[in-house]
Design a protein around this ligand. Sequence first.
Ligand code: C5P
Length: 212
Amino acid sequence: MKIAIDGPAASGKGTIAKGLARHFKLPHLDTGLLYRAVGLSMMGRLLAPNLADLAEKEAANLDISQLDETVLGRADVALAAAKVARIPRVRAALRQLQVDFAAQEGGAILDGRDIGSRICPDADVKLFITASPEIRAKRRYAQLTRMGQKADEAQILEQIIARDESDRTNPAGAFYICDDAHLLDTSELDIEGALNAAIAIVNGTVSDGLNA
Ligand code: C5P
């Protein structure tokens, strides 16, 4: 079973994807980490005139066994990721490894922005996870303070709105809700509620007894 999950920053798609992976015993790839890793490797060089060449090279040499989620989770890395994600050659260089991951025997779950539209248009189930920008900022703020990091909720909200805009208008890979995607708004749901809703959607869509 192949599950494609898309949605804006901090919508809960990563948590839902991890929960679905556990529930259905499927391998999971957070594709945002790929763009974040390329963004991180380009920090300090984001204004280079040959940014596209350099970032393409970093993307082509990316080792997905070396992704450190703690560093990659930083807000400045997210902004660098959104910048390199606008480069078509970077998206092309990262495409094959996502397609290969999705093609594993037994299936896979991928989450990102263009999974349902471009990476796995043939997915058995497509989910589009969303929540209001204010709720997403609150969640990200709570997450950062839980991790002992200093955070400013108003600034997080500003960054989320800016990244939504950059991602939605990305000429290389704008994200949108596919016609065949199930929309799940998690604004009013806690983690358990959101995961249960996602499981119900998957079970309702793929009705051949895959529920673990
Ligand atoms: O999902 P996450 O917030 O980790 O993604 C970081 C950034 O990487 C996004 O803001 C977006 O610019 C980019 N991205 C993308 N396509 C994906 C996954 C992430 O363009 N499939």
